[in-house]
Design a protein around this ligand. Structure first.
Ligand SMILES: Nc1ncnc2c1ncn2[C@@H]1O[C@H](COP(=O)(O)OP(=O)(O)OP(=O)(O)O)[C@@H](O)[C@H]1O
Ligand SMILES: [Mg+2]
Length: 258
């Protein structure tokens, strides 16, 4: 400490300012989070903040029907994406059951919707892990707790990378082949079928495709895996046909025994 009283006062004020700013930040987060989240989700997010999984959680970058994506910062200052699954929706339950039943990893389907939503988040986490192990470009999964999934942020400075549908492609045919190749690797190496492939669920951060949104992805043993895969290829073919790319039929790409 300096022995000049004004200097001491200035320092004390600066420290007070700093502390207040930090407290305010937390306070603001709680306020904005409280408006959006139910108590359980808020507790989960606070737990992540308090245990050093997250340093900050900032505004929503995208609000879907059943999840919201937030931009966050981890304790090292690295950007992360927090996908928060909204709980308590009967539609959620109806629509999701078929992707959980039939997947040998999830034998017991929880009765209550909250546990089902938690399992849905865990399912996305595990699917992302399998896809990463197969060296596919997907967001790196970081942590999952209850209905909150932390993963690598695909984008920069809080702005998510554009979706494929918003990108003007040079040499669209090679993009088509590249994405079909990803579905192949997903099937052959990760033993997964995505089940919701579209121009919305592919982000383009730096001139290459990143496949996202893996909660509904199922293992190849799932009784409907082939139907899901066929639908994925059809979606992709429809999109690329619209860009005048000559696409290939499902049967020519995947030769899978029924
Ligand atoms: N890891 C990520 N990094 C950056 N942005 C992301 C990330 N994951 C998702 N997003 C953004 O949030 C949007 C929705 O994410 P996602 O598709 O995983 O959720 P969803 O529940 O399927 O939402 P929707 O119902 O809108 O499809 C994405 O299209 C993308 O813009
Ligand atoms: Mg999506």
């Amino acid at each position: 400490m300096s022995d000049k009283p004004e200097e001491n006062l200035r320092r004390r004020e600066a420290r007070y300012d700093r502390e207040r700013r930090v407290r305010l930040k937390v306070g603001e987060d709680v306020e904005t989070l409280e408006e959006v989240f139910d108590g359980r989700t808020l507790m989960t997010v606070m737990h992540m903040l308090n245990t050093g999984r997250l340093k900050e959680l900032q505004g929503a970058v995208k609000a879907g029907k059943e999840s919201r994506i937030y931009h966050g910062i981890d304790p090292k200052g690295v950007e992360v994406a927090a996908k928060i699954y909204l709980t308590s929706s009967a539609i959620f339950r109806q629509g999701r059951l078929k992707y959980i039943r039939g997947d040998p990893r999830f034998k017991d389907v929880p009765r209550d919707t909250r546990s089902l939503v938690d399992q849905w988040a865990l399912k996305e986490f595990k699917n992302l892990e399998l896809a990463r192990e197969a060296d596919l470009a997907v967001p790196k999964p970081i942590y999952v707790e209850k209905n909150v999934l932390l993963m690598e942020f695909i984008g920069k400075n809080g702005v998510p990378a554009p979706q494929l549908r918003d990108v003007r492609l040079q040499a669209a045919a090679s993009w088509y082949e590249k994405i079909i190749g990803m579905l192949r690797t997903l099937y052959d190496k990760a033993k997964l079928v995505h089940g919701d492939v579209s121009e919305y669920n592919i982000l383009v951060p730096d001139g290459y495709p990143v496949l996202i949104d893996f909660a509904q992805a199922v293992t190849v043993e799932h009784p409907e895996a082939k139907e899901f895969l066929e639908r994925d290829v059809e979606n992709l073919n429809n999109y690329f046909n619209g860009l005048n790319v000559r696409t290939r039929s499902f049967g020519r790409i995947f030769k899978i025994e029924k």
